[in-house]
Design a protein around this ligand. Structure first.
Ligand code: UD1
Length: 361
């Protein structure tokens, strides 16, 4: 018997995770997947490019809900996803990570008594001012199958009493590693970013900034940009700019000395990761991708969910503090690390997830 899964995606990192899982579902054979794109990310280079490059099946539904405040965005998604669940009557609704699309999907399903699968469950930053922390805690609490990417995530749930909650908690590893390993095999044939940005045989740093806590706080953004400007005097700093950050830099006429480029697709990102000397970011996904490609990472946040990277000396959390960012940069310029430790399941997560789902119908 076929198991029917309704997958909810909407934001860039969710496309990467869904790509790995959709492939495993197709290989598995007993799973029918219906894909709903909420429309949260909608620019061609924030959405379409991932579907094309990563061969993600075209969404069966596109809700086109974006550019709204948290309440309106989550509310409208909730309403529309509910209609689709009623129409499709799936066995499971699967949601990813911690965005507004995640929470809306989980809530719509739970209220209709449809089982919720949460991919990337159990992560915590312990910073309740982040919309992502609120989204992930609420999603975990109403999920039936919690697929954790790390042992730390399992331990977080245990501490919150999940042993006494009716649900299944499983450590499957991280599907982002599956995607990174799979697409890295031919990214160099698919991408010309290194030539396009004139980076061949040249040391460069790869940086991104998009978190609301950084972009919407003038002094935090200024500190981060100052730090990147000063590193750019030493080596090239390539920054694929999220539309949110670009809008703010443009509207406030902020002086940048680094190389800002449009958001890049997955193959370009892999090539930048392979070629860079280190990564500087506030993204969750990129912190791990840095590790997958054996690069150190400086994280301009006050905490991270991926604490195993800190514990192993691969990542430094600097906050939005120019001095700390520069000092971490100087350390990582010369530091050599052994990145061979297996922290995220070694690229087997999607197959494990497909098997678990079939077992749990
Ligand atoms: C969202 C997630 C965040 C995740 C990130 C990945 C929430 C609360 N946040 O943040 O956890 O790390 O996605 O990138 O769900 N915009 C465009 N074009 C696009 C996408 C966004 O112009 O294709 C603009 C929107 O109109 C808005 C701003 O960027 O003004 C922010 O977009 P939004 O989806 O609200 O949040 P992200 O910052 O992308």
């Amino acid at each position: 018997m076929m198991t029917k899964i309704l997958t909810i995606i909407g934001a860039r990192p969710q496309f990467v995770k869904a790509a790995a899982i959709s492939r495993a579902f197709i290989e598995q054979g007993d799973i029918e997947e219906i894909i709903v794109h909420t429309g949260q990310h909608f620019d061609a280079n924030m959405s379409d490019i991932f579907f094309e490059e990563m061969n993600i099946p075209a969404p069966n539904y596109n809700l086109n809900i974006n550019s709204l405040g948290h309440g309106a965005m989550t509310g409208r998604m909730l309403e529309e996803i509910e209609k689709i669940i009623l129409k499709e009557n799936p066995d499971f609704v699967m949601v990813f990570g911690d965005t507004n699309s995640t929470l809306a999907g989980a809530l719509a399903a739970k209220k209709l008594h449809i089982k919720v699968i949460h991919v990337e469950a159990g992560l915590r930053s312990f910073n309740m001012r982040m919309p992502e922390e609120v989204n992930r805690i609420l999603t975990d609490r109403i999920s039936d199958i919690l697929l954790c990417p790390t042992q730390q995530a399992v331990d977080n749930l245990k501490k919150e009493g999940y042993d006494n909650i009716e649900c299944k908690v499983i450590n499957c590893g991280d599907v982002m590693q599956d995607a990174a390993m799979y697409y890295a095999q031919n990214s160099s044939e698919q991408s010309s970013i290194i030539t396009k940005c004139n980076l061949f045989a040249k040391p460069f740093c790869l940086a991104t900034i998009h978190r609301q806590e950084n972009t919407d706080d003038e002094s935090r953004l200024a500190e981060i940009i100052d730090a990147l400007n000063s590193i750019a005097e030493k080596e090239a700093v390539i920054v694929p700019l999220h539309p949110r950050t670009k809008k703010i830099i443009d509207s406030k006429n902020i002086d940048i000395k680094f190389t800002a480029i449009d958001p890049v697709g997955y193959f370009d990102m892999i090539e930048l990761l392979k070629g860079c000397s280190m990564v500087l970011t506030d993204s969750g996904g990129l912190q791990k991708e840095a590790f997958f490609f054996k690069k150190h990472c400086i994280t301009f946040r006050d905490e991270t969910e991926w604490v195993e990277l800190i514990d192993n000396g691969f990542n430094t959390v600097t906050g939005a503090n120019k001095e700390k960012i520069e000092s971490a940069y100087n350390t990582y310029k010369t530091k050599k690390s052994d990145f061979s430790i297996d922290l995220y399941g070694g690229g087997t997560a999607a197959n494990r997830i497909a098997k678990e789902i079939v077992l749990n119908v």
